[in-house]
Design a protein around this ligand. Sequence first.
Ligand code: NAP
Length: 242
Amino acid sequence: MKYALVTGGSRGIGRAVCLKLAEKDFFILINYRSNLAEAETTLKLVRESGSDGELLPFDVASQEEVDTALNVWSCKNEGKYISVLVNNAGIRRDALVMWMKNEEWFDVINTNLNGFFFTSRALIKDMLINKSGRIINVVSLSGIKGLPGQANYSAAKAGVIGATKALAQEVAKKNVTVNAVAPGYIRTDMTKDLDEKTLKAMIPMNRFGEAEEVADLVAFLASEKSSYITGEVISINGGLYT
Ligand code: NAP
């Protein structure tokens, strides 16, 4: 059985990715930070799809929590390794730079950028030893284009894009690929405070995307079919100019 870790797998895009990878017969490690009820729903849905999984709670922004959770998993699962890592956990704390508080800057950088680093560093060695692995980073249109009110989020996602390209070159020889997917506006809890009616007028497809549409792209990048794609950032945004 192959093992996939999805950070932020309790809700939204992460849940859809868990379900899509479960359909492809992965055993799913569902990470979340605090929302146990939602994470349990994801696990139930994974099991209903015919695969299996387990909950792996930790805060991706805490190196100590990441290392402890993944070391404990490794010790309990000798001889097994996580071959697919989806760095999906993310938060927004929007504010204009002029008004942005230190914690709004650091919370977003710590979760979206440092979280990528802590989890990827913890798992990359086993992928290299086994000469097989996939890292897929969920970034954002905001990290490509920059969006006003999101200097923290744009910086964090742009940072992950740079790291995706660098890490891809470090590990390519060992059959490990590292790619990013950059969604535009996707209908999840993260966007429920946005004015969809007004914003969708800017989107050529005239609608927000669905988490399942992002999950299909992630599942392709997690599969053998994407074996010659690495260091790429693939936009999924209904034609929104980037
Ligand atoms: P969401 O519905 O708000 O879900 C966020 C997920 O991340 C939850 O599972 C949450 O866990 C988890 N999480 C947050 N902070 C965490 C932490 N420190 N440690 C571990 N888990 C943490 O968000 P979403 O819309 O699905 O977004 C998923 C990813 O897509 C994010 O990286 C986001 O930046 C990116 N994205 C989203 C959109 C969009 O339009 N929705 C667009 C572009 C990019 P809990 O349930 O425990 O809180």
